[in-house]
Design a protein around this ligand. Structure first.
Ligand SMILES: *Cc1c(COP(=O)(O)O)cnc(C)c1O
Length: 345
């Protein structure tokens, strides 16, 4: 079978959430946007709910539909993009809670869905989403009269502990919300690790649940192994792959494995990246093709049926470094052709 195997460890997901929830002084929610960072909401969300998560966050209202289906009634599902034109029916039918980002969204919401729960997103300095301080002071009394269920903002630099932006945004968020009797939320994974000053009543961990930095202590969640289709011996002077990008200088044994950039394995992984055959690192040779990768297995006595791309020897952040990106993007790029299985349910 020429299908790569992606294994997602639900027990590790539960353990990571529990660890972040234990670090949180208030309640820990769970961010499950982008199909739970590519890992599958229909399995991940019930696992998190079983562990005790009661408040989930998605990017867009449409994403909330599958999360509600996985959860059933009860837990709250918050939508970061707020209440967009055309969202009313989805928000109402699936009981989603929009995080209102502007006066326009506020008007749209109270007009279309009076009495329907909402939260408010404030911009404490990131300049991405949320009401800015001046907009908030203009709307604040009217908005509070409608009884928002959450006031939230988002940190731009929380993965850098010493960054001055963290304290700046904390003070800005406090200035906008101190004295208001509504639960507050400022921190994602990085903010949780900055300490209790940043926690308020609700935290919003995402990447740490899925085993990524900045949560250094996270248990790894994903294993990805690629089947070996063919092995050949290449003589000095012979080339491998598109563009003759690799030319052997010594006799080299080459394994061709079944996965490529169409599966989200970035072309930039060559030539620096590696796969693993048990304890042996096997360098990628030549370019990453759409469906295939060629690797050096000269040092491997008995080439296994699968080589490891993600697993105990290299995690999402190691692969991300090799490609020049972050673990988040490695997760959300995981391909749709992989045979997915879940363990630890
Ligand atoms: C994605 C996101 C989170 C989760 O962030 P992580 O760094 O993955 O923990 C939290 N809040 C907002 C607003 C987000 O967009």
């Amino acid at each position: 079978m020429a299908q790569a195997q992606l294994t997602i460890d639900l027990a590790a997901i539960r353990a990571n959430w529990r660890a972040l929830a234990q670090l949180t002084t208030g309640e820990a929610g769970a961010v499950v946007k982008a199909n739970a960072y590519g890992l599958g909401v229909e399995r991940v969300v019930p696992a998190l709910a079983a562990e005790g998560a009661r408040r989930f966050f998605v990017a867009a209202a449409e994403e909330g539909i599958a999360v509600r289906r996985a959860l059933g009634p009860g837990p709250e599902i918050c939508v970061f993009s707020g209440h967009m034109d055309g969202d009313a029916a989805v928000l109402r039918d699936h009981r989603l809670t929009p995080m209102i980002n502007s006066i326009d969204q506020m008007l749209r919401h109270v007009e279309a869905l009076p009495g329907h729960p909402f939260g408010i997103q404030l911009d404490s300095g990131m300049n991405r989403l949320g009401m800015e301080p001046a907009e908030w002071s203009a709307l604040r009394d009217i908005a509070l009269a409608q009884k928002p269920v959450l006031l939230m903002s988002h940190l731009a630099c929380a993965d850098e502990r010493e960054h001055g932006m963290n304290d700046f945004q904390l003070r800005s968020f406090r200035a906008m919300t101190d004295g208001i009797d509504v639960p507050r939320s400022l921190s994602a994974t990085g903010g949780i690790l900055l300490g209790p000053d940043y926690h308020f009543e609700v935290t919003r961990p995402g990447v740490g649940i899925y085993g990524g930095l900045p949560f250094v202590e996270a248990s790894p969640v994903v294993t990805l192994t690629l089947p070996v289709i063919q092995i050949r011996d290449v003589a000095p002077g012979e080339a491998v792959g598109y563009g003759n990008a690799f030319v052997a200088r010594v006799p080299t044994r080459v394994a061709t494995v079944a996965a490529g950039y169409a599966d989200g394995i970035h072309r930039a992984l060559a030539p620096k990246g590696s796969l693993w055959a048990g304890e042996i690192r096997c360098k990628i040779l030549g370019r990453v093709s759409m469906d295939l990768i060629t690797v050096d297995v000269t040092a491997v006595k008995q080439v296994p049926e699968h080589l490891e791309l993600l697993g105990p020897h290299q995690g999402i952040d190691t692969v991300a470094d090799a490609v020049g990106t972050i673990g988040y993007e490695i997760l959300t790029s995981l391909g749709s052709r992989y045979a997915r299985s879940y363990t630890g349910a």
